[in-house]
Design a protein around this ligand. Structure first.
Ligand SMILES: Nc1ncnc2c1ncn2[C@@H]1O[C@H](COP(=O)(O)OP(=O)(O)OP(=O)(O)O)[C@@H](O)[C@H]1O
Length: 590
């Protein structure tokens, strides 16, 4: 992170911790007892909100059963209390959170196959079943009125509020740290595009399950805290309607940011009192939350997302003005530029007789449509090869099948002599076969640095990220993707693929939307990539000037068949190629 980013991030952490200390010092001293009790409810709800923040806010998964995870935490704490288990409240609280984890993972398993509304139905089904179980089996201690004592020195209402704020703050700091890891960043990518995440080598299954596990843990802690607040709980405290209402609040407010979790917690706790004071029916609060959630779902962004993004965009515009704009045609350290660049040396190439990528007999059928018919193609080590053809020829299908996005193709795909056919897209990406997409789907709330970190699949040194961004003519790394234009996003996508230093990168029309000058600048950059980064390239393009300027060899597809392959100049002179293109694109004579 550059000094501006570090400063901003340090300040927000400091402000958050300061607000927590202030709340602990002032509120118990000044609030009347009823309001302190409400403040505890708000703090407990804020903890539960953080669990929504992980699964709904970050990973974009519609989970409607968070209160069921909270109930597990409460059940464990109360059970251990009844048993008089050693360790005391804090150990029980932790165990309550941990007990919710396997259940969270179990509920997460269907999420690997289904998503959206269908997943919402599955999680809601679990909430309904849990409701039935809790109603049939009273919580431990309820039958013989065994109360849970709050731990000293947090046994008063004021003290317990302080404890809840401490737990909230510890979780917020931990979640913030997780959010900066590749796992945490990958959740944002999952939310916007699972296929992009897979193309970056993110294991979609592991990432989703981790989100379920962590969110269940946090909800379990929230449930344990609720048990401590009430001393004894009833099924109504964790009713499925609660999950639904809190879900609506979460979607509307965005509890993946601490201020959103606090706001959501306060809403959840005081809404009933406000409705009461306004003499409005209690259900009216639920209607307001539902309407707010619908608006947020339509825009795709919560309230805190929008507030934060506006601020980041303001800062970014300042940064862009200071650095002279977003799209340098040729960056100082880029091709032909004067600046010294210390990018990593290319990896030593292996056996030069083994191509970087060898695809043989690739056949893909979509029902009756044969999109690819026994296609052979090789990308030599250290080369920029081209794949061209008219619209619908099968180019994108070739990339999708080679990178594992099409199940059930015929033929074989070998990367540096190693067959990949049994691997899925994320495993192929990890092995060193990366791709970009014709349409980018980059999470707008990420910064360019964060996107490169996901793409690189490792802890990417800041200097290396800066050099990559400069090389590809992208805006500075601290800028959020939301302010970056479509052309720059394509370049960023290419930079993210190259950041992983894969064996081969398959680039699907990276110059689309670029001006002629930008396209040529990209061409110059791509020709330098193999020597500079040790990455061989297969370039899919309609821009023939770019192909001619960049690719030493080219393969031409038409209706799924290879109609020519060889040195670019000779192939483009081929009458069959010119006939295939007639009327669909200009093939300039070389
Ligand atoms: N998921 C799919 N289901 C059915 N047919 C498909 C699917 N994907 C591609 N096709 C068909 O396969 C053929 C090849 O499409 P593909 O997108 O690979 O072509 P392309 O060469 O990349 O075209 P363009 O240059 O327009 O991107 C087309 O006839 C297309 O309609």
């Amino acid at each position: 992170m550059n000094p501006i980013g570090r400063l901003r991030s340090g300040r927000s952490l400091g402000a958050g911790l300061g607000a927590a200390v202030l709340a602990c010092a002032v509120l118990p001293a000044v609030l009347p007892p009823y309001w302190i009790y409400l403040a505890i409810s708000a703090a407990v709800s804020a903890v539960v909100m953080q669990s929504f923040g992980v699964i709904v806010g970050r990973a974009g998964v519609m989970s409607l059963c968070q209160m069921s995870f909270a109930a597990i935490g409460a059940w464990v704490v109360l059970k251990l209390n009844v048993m008089g288990a050693p360790g005391g409240f804090f150990a029980w609280l932790l165990l309550g959170g941990l007990a919710a984890v396997p259940v969270g993972v179990a509920i997460g398993l269907p999420a690997l196959r289904i998503r959206g509304v269908n997943l919402a139905v599955v999680t809601f089904g679990f909430a309904v079943s849990a409701d039935i179980v809790w109603n049939a089996n009273p919580f431990p201690g309820a039958a013989d009125l065994t109360m849970l004592d709050r731990p000293a020195p947090f046994d008063t209402d004021g003290g317990y509020f302080v404890l809840c704020v401490i737990v909230f703050t510890v979780l917020a700091v931990a979640l913030r740290a997780i959010g900066r890891t590749r796992l945490g960043l990958s959740w944002y990518e999952l939310r916007h595009s699972e296929r992009s995440a897979a193309a970056h080598g993110v294991s979609v299954a592991r990432s989703k399950l981790a989100a379920f596990a962590i969110s269940a843990f946090v909800a379990g802690i929230g449930g344990g805290l609720l048990a401590g607040q009430l001393s004894m709980v009833v099924p109504g405290n964790f009713a499925m309607g609660q999950s639904l209402a809190l879900f609506a609040v979460a979607v509307m407010i965005g509890p993946h940011h601490p201020e959103g979790a606090v706001l959501g917690g306060v809403f959840g706790a005081v809404m009933a009192t406000i409705m009461d004071k306004l003499s409005l029916p209690q259900d009216f609060g639920g209607v307001l939350f539902g309407a707010g959630a619908l608006l947020a779902l339509r825009s795709g962004l919560s309230q805190t997302d929008m507030t934060r993004m506006r601020k980041r965009e303001r800062d970014a515009r300042g940064l862009l003005d200071a650095t002279g704009g977003a799209r340098p045609g040729d960056a100082p350290g880029g091709p032909g530029g004067p600046g010294p660049v210390t990018v990593p040396a290319p990896r030593p190439s292996g056996d030069p007789r083994v191509p970087a990528l060898k695809v043989s007999g690739l056949t893909v059928r979509f029902g009756e449509v044969v999109a690819l018919d026994a296609v052979d193609l090789t990308v030599p080590e250290g080369a920029v090869a081209g794949l061209i053809g008219p619209n619908g020829a099968g180019k994108s299908t070739f990339i999708a099948a080679a990178t594992g996005f099409v199940a059930g193709y015929e033929g074989s795909v070998e990367l540096a002599g190693v067959p990949l056919d049994r691997l899925g897209p994320s495993a192929r990406a990890k092995r060193g076969l990366r791709r970009t997409f014709q349409t980018t789907a980059i999470a707008p709330e990420l910064s360019l640095y964060e996107y490169l970190t996901i793409g690189s699949g490792r802890r990417l040194p800041r200097a290396e990220a800066d050099e990559l961004l400069e090389f590809f003519g992208c805006p500075p790394g601290d800028v959020p993707v939301s302010v970056v234009d479509a052309g720059s996003r394509r370049l960023l996508d290419v930079a993210a693929a190259i950041a992983a230093k894969p064996e081969v990168a398959l680039l699907d029309e990276p110059a689309a939307g670029q001006s002629a000058a930008e396209s040529l600048a990209l061409g110059r950059r791509l020709t330098e990539v193999p020597a500079r980064f040790g990455v061989s390239i297969l370039l899919v393009e309609h821009d023939m000037e770019l192909v001619q300027a960049t690719c030493a060899q080219v393969t031409v597809l038409d209706f799924g068949h290879v109609i020519a392959s060889g040195p670019t100049a000779a192939v483009l002179e081929d009458p069959a190629v010119r006939a295939a293109y007639l009327g669909t694109a200009d093939v300039p004579a070389s």
